[in-house]
Design a binder for this molecule. Structure first.
Ligand SMILES: C[S@@+](CC[C@H](N)C(=O)[O-])C[C@H]1O[C@@H](n2cnc3c(N)ncnc32)[C@H](O)[C@@H]1O
Length: 236
């Protein structure tokens, strides 16, 4: 079910509970955010037939660095929901996980197979997770993760995705969908790339599809342009 005033309700929640974090909420629903998540969900058509599936023709999704979860989860479930068995959400920031939990409760989405993985968050919110607690809340657990599709739109924020390969049981079957950028003037953009090829190389994947978007934003009346890259592919 989609709640029509969902973002209004999230806005109220931020205002009442975390007014100091309001700027992050605003950033998370920017035009660029919408545009780039829509771009991803639409482009999945290109590789959809190469995502491995289980006996029910469904696939398991892992989202890494998914921030507050919106608007990607909504778009993904609306468009691909019947094909998705479950979603594991790995996010290092405990506050982001808290926001996601609130959002899922407000959304009251039928799709309940979403698990959030963040050790600190679950240590401090054990009584308030409403069934969303993971069995093994460790961000980079080493033993045999299973995912048919890995989505990471935050590659510029973290180490190369090639280090993740060893965490999966059947890494060569898994489809990876990655986004990054060349906007290296932000402190938390620690691993930018210059183009799609570098993003694929950084992840150690064979590129099956790739695309680039030129984006712009305005900060204190200064207009900035940068590139956002997306690659889809598999580990060899
Ligand atoms: C600013 S947000 C999203 C930016 C991205 N450009 C997008 O539009 O989706 C980046 C997220 O990555 C998360 N993150 C950074 N390093 C991470 C890691 N090693 N594992 C999981 N999440 C991580 C941060 O906590 C943050 O929520």
């Amino acid at each position: 079910m989609i709640v029509e005033d969902l973002y209004y309700r999230m806005l109220k929640w931020f205002n009442n509970n975390h007014p100091d974090e309001m700027h992050r909420f605003i950033a998370s629903i920017s035009e660029n955010q919408y545009h780039c998540k829509e771009w991803l969900v639409d482009s999945l058509d290109r590789v959809g037939h190469m995502i491995p599936r289980d006996e029910n023709h469904q696939f398991k999704v892992e989202i890494i660095g998914g921030w507050f979860g919106f608007p990607l989860l909504e778009m993904l479930i609306l468009r691909w929901g019947s094909s998705i068995k479950e979603i594991d959400f790995y996010e290092i920031d405990p506050f982001a996980c808290k926001v996601l939990t609130v959002y899922l409760k407000m959304w009251d989405v039928d799709f309940r197979n979403i698990r959030i993985f963040n050790e600190d968050y679950f240590k401090s919110h054990e009584s308030n997770t409403d069934g969303l607690q993971s069995d093994s809340p460790v961000l980079y657990e080493k033993q045999f993760r299973r995912a048919h599709l890995i989505i990471n739109t935050s590659c510029e924020h973290m180490e190369d995705m090639k280090v993740m390969k060893k965490a999966y049981e059947f890494p060569e079957r898994t489809m990876l969908v990655l986004q990054s950028n060349d906007k290296d003037d932000e402190d938390d953009h620690i691993n930018c790339v210059v183009d799609m090829d570098e993003l694929a190389e950084q992840a150690g994947i064979r590129q099956l599809y790739g695309d680039t978007k030129v984006l712009k934003s305005k900060d204190k009346d200064v207009l900035t342009w940068w590139n956002r890259f997306m690659v889809m592919g598999k580990w060899d």
